[in-house]
Design a protein around this ligand. Structure first.
Ligand code: BGC
Length: 719
């Protein structure tokens, strides 16, 4: 394989090589739907037809027919017959849309997560896609940031497991022969999830130690799973934009981690170094990125305009260009494109596979596992014979797919009222809009009051429009829009049981909602089968089991608030009241709802937590066990969580760190004993010299249903 590619490289001119490093959007290509728009965009970028003819990859093309046409036209003109790589954002489903990743996170279900990526890959591959710009594994702590919904949450351990699961699902084990898989591209390297103030693209400021401890593990996990590509982040990392950051890309990613796959810039990020203020012009931007090790420039033209003169002037060696080209050619080879440039693209299969019954079923199952029951005071599950008023802007809305579902069809999504009609007699159901997302009129309220008057229970379908989350969609006020809170207050006057179902992309400040209603189900953006999955849960056909993987703040003033935080020298201890402690005067320190929290229709009790030994050594792991009982009368699944705290480290340690979990299904009255092994390796962390080691001394091990309600035992590490 290597030999072939080297031979091909030798035949390429420098211009042809550089063009391989260029990625342009679909509309630049002949054969694309609506072609003819080619010259305008080329003039805007300042490139000529040769660059397009020799370019290496396309962004955003899909549809077997379109991709085949683009590839055919391309091969007809490309001198050496080098096929294009087709890349697209297939984030949580292609046409069958799965819940947004933050929701998938709350399922704690690696098998279903993997399955969702496998299905997304299959639908995308038959539509001609070769690479998916996913998984996004940025650790997130700030719900103001619009892109938290693309992440699986605030925990490095869990995010790493999901990173691996998604990569396995997208890529399978044999990309060359399994044409129904796609190459994965983990993003956004690095720390894009930590912008100051929760404002997209903003500065990221953190120590290398913190970067390594919390932010890097999930990217590394994706690469350990064999992820083929990496995408740079828009932000700076220690003062240098990631896209020109040699220390991050060449020294760490390539040399230390040994990544030899393709590194692509995020959209326009090579050129954006000018606006960051680290490059005087496009030429310097190109220089910085290629030296840092960025192979493909996405959607700007610093490489095609300047790399040649940089090579000719001796500022960039041709070997660096060759290495990048070889990496791209190797990926094409691995995907089998030289043998079959059309790979999986198949119109007939598109019709059979996309949105198949099986795919929709998997989406419904994952959606039900991803919703989190946040409150339930005796109202849920609903009884099928009850009279229900379904009120709110999401009662009849297809806007439940989430912001990264550009192939998904809102029209084909199961809306909430349709889900209700699958469960109950339509004559017992009244429906009213109640309000829009951000506005409410007196007529809407009156209509809702009328619909609710005769009902036994009011179900409010509320939330954020999907365009209130996602890229560049940050919010400083993360409460539900005032119009919807007014609607709740008005309906409360009827003094009927009320359930709120929330469709949104971020942990919200739930004041005005959770305090006014009897039950809250967080449904996130649940995807194509959303209405059916939510109805499965509300009517008790499925028992809720999801648990939050991102804290819900008490108020925006606390942010960032996350479970794996540190103590201070002056912790706020209820047992020792003192004014001069770390606290707010007006709000608690704790979030409203902690990481790991989620209710069920049954009640699980924990007992008899036991350690096999109290001394752990590098060669002798210890086992901790606990008995979990289903004390209610409904069968259900509990996510048993294991946390550790290093009481005295060289570096201040988080008060809790998730180190394991177990999903256990229990019949009413049933008890199971759950065992966890703790090894010395799990106690390691980055010290001040950046060495990853452990400290002798005492540790707490904690087990419980969430990061707050925990029982603890103590053990000691003796090396
Ligand atoms: C986003 C990436 C995405 C890329 C290509 C960028 O704006 O940050 O996540 O993969 O566009 O669509």
């Amino acid at each position: 394989m290597e030999k072939n590619m080297n031979a091909l490289l030798e035949q390429m001119t420098l211009d042809e090589k550089i063009a391989q490093l260029v990625q342009l959007a679909t509309f630049f290509y002949k054969g694309a739907a609506g072609d003819g728009e080619i010259t305008g965009p080329m003039a805007d970028l300042g490139i000529d037809q040769d660059v397009v003819i020799n370019s290496g990859s396309v962004l955003g093309a899909s549809g077997a027919n379109e991709v085949r046409n683009i590839q055919k036209e391309h091969l007809a003109e490309n001198r050496l017959g080098i096929p294009l790589l087709i890349m697209a954002d297939i984030v949580h489903g292609f046409k069958t849309i799965f819940p947004v990743p933050l929701a998938i996170g709350c399922s704690w279900d690696m098998e279903l997560a993997e399955k969702s990526a496998e299905i997304a890959a299959k639908e995308a591959a038959v539509s001609g896609v070769h690479v998916s710009f996913a998984p996004m594994v940025d650790l997130v702590r700030d719900p103001r940031w619009g892109r938290v919904m693309e992440s699986t949450g605030e925990d490095p351990y869990l995010n790493s497991l999901f990173a691996r699961a998604f990569v396995r699902g997208f890529q399978g084990n044999d990309l060359t022969n399994d044409q129904h898989r796609v190459a994965a591209c983990v993003k956004h390297f690095a720390a894009y999830g930590a912008p100051e103030g929760g404002r997209d693209y903003n500065t990221v400021n953190m120590s290398e130690r913190q970067l390594r401890e919390s932010y890097l593990p999930a990217y590394k996990a994706a690469l350990d799973e064999g992820c083929e590509m990496v995408m740079t982040a828009f932000n700076t990392v220690d003062g240098i934009p990631a896209t020109g950051n040699k220390k991050l890309m060449r020294d760490l990613l390539r040399d230390e981690w040994g990544f030899d796959g393709v590194l692509i810039s995020d959209w326009g990020a090579v050129k954006e170094q000018i606006f960051h203020g680290v490059a005087a012009d496009e030429r310097e931007s190109a220089l910085k990125s290629i030296v840092a090790g960025v192979d493909i420039e996405m959607m700007t033209s610093c490489y095609p305009k300047h790399l040649k003169e940089l090579v000719e002037s001796g500022e960039v060696s041709e070997e660096i260009i060759d290495e990048s080209v070889l990496r791209i050619l190797a990926l094409k080879e691995k995907l089998g494109l030289f043998e079959n440039p059309y790979r999986g693209a198949d119109e007939e299969l598109e019709n059979q596979v996309i949105m198949s019954e099986e795919h929709r079923k998997a989406s419904r199952e994952l959606a039900a596992k991803s919703c989190v029951l946040l409150k339930n005071e005796g109202v849920l599950p609903l009884q099928k014979e009850q009279k229900v008023a379904l009120v709110g802007p999401f009662a009849k809305s297809g806007d439940i797919l989430g912001p990264w579902s550009w192939h998904g069809s809102k029209e084909e999504a199961v809306q909430l009222h349709e889900g209700f009609k699958m469960k109950m007699d339509a004559t017992n159901l009244t429906i009213a809009e109640g309000s829009d997302i951000e506005t409410v009129t007196e007529e809407q309220v009156q209509e809702a009051m009328k619909a609710a008057k005769e009902a036994d229970v009011i179900v409010l379908a509320l939330g954020e429009r999907s365009s209130m989350s996602g890229e560049a969609c940050c919010r400083a006020d993360i409460r539900l829009p005032e119009a919807q809170i007014q609607l709740i207050s008005k309906l409360k006057e009827l003094q009927k049981p009320m359930v709120a179902v929330l469709f949104n992309g971020r942990p919200l400040d739930l004041h005005g909602v959770i305090d006014q209603v009897d039950a809250v189900l967080e449904a996130w953006y649940p995807g194509t089968e959303g209405g059916a999955a939510v109805a499965d849960l509300l009517f008790g056909d499925v028992n809720p089991s999801g648990k939050l993987t991102m804290s819900f703040p008490f108020s925006v003033g606390q942010i960032p608030v996350y479970y794996n935080s540190f103590n201070t020298g002056r912790p706020n201890r209820p047992d020792a009241p003192n004014h001069y402690v770390s606290k707010y005067l007006d709000i608690p320190n704790e979030p409203l709802l902690p990481f790991g929290f989620g209710l069920s229709y049954t009640n699980f009790t924990y007992s008899e937590m036991t350690l096999t030994q109290t001394i752990i050594t590098p060669n002798e792991p210890i086992t901790v066990s606990v008995k979990v009982t289903n004390a209610g009368d409904t069968a259900g699944e509990e996510i048993v969580q294991l946390y550790i705290h290093d009481i005295s480290g060289e570096i201040v340690r988080p008060l809790k760190e998730l180190k394991g979990y177990s999903k256990v299904w229990l019949q009413p009255g049933e008890t199971k004993e759950i065992f966890f092994t703790i090894t010395e390796e799990q106690l390691r962390y980055y010290h001040s010299d950046l060495q990853f080691t452990s400290d002798n001394g005492e540790f707490h091990v904690m087990i419980g249903p969430n990061s707050k309600e925990l029982s603890a035992l103590t053990f000691e590490l003796a090396k």
